[in-house]
Design a binder for this molecule. Structure first.
Ligand SMILES: [Zn+2]
Length: 85
């Protein structure tokens, strides 16, 4: 039996649109992740990429990177999709 964390990480790894998940457990986990990351990043300025071009498939945020890791500033995953090519 997989934990919610494992299911979440698997969805991210597969590049799924986690924020559109119909699972209340996944949604709850995503909410908790975003709250944790918000605390971790509270003193950091995000790196703004063009919001028209990149969307985070984990949380749905557009064009906001962590300046150090380039991961999503909102949920700290690497699950960006380029859009509007
Ligand atoms: Zn995100």
């Amino acid at each position: 039996m997989k934990t919610i964390e494992e299911k979440f990480n698997e969805a991210v790894r597969r590049g799924q649109k986690v924020y559109k998940s119909k699972s209340p457990e996944i949604q709850g986990y995503l909410k908790a992740v975003k709250e944790k990351v918000a605390i971790e990043n509270k003193d950091i300025k995000p790196y703004i990429t063009n919001p028209a071009y990149y969307v985070c498939d984990t949380c749905g945020a557009k064009g906001i990177d962590h300046p150090g890791t380039s991961y999503c500033f909102i949920c700290n995953t690497d699950n960006f999709t380029r859009i509007n090519d």
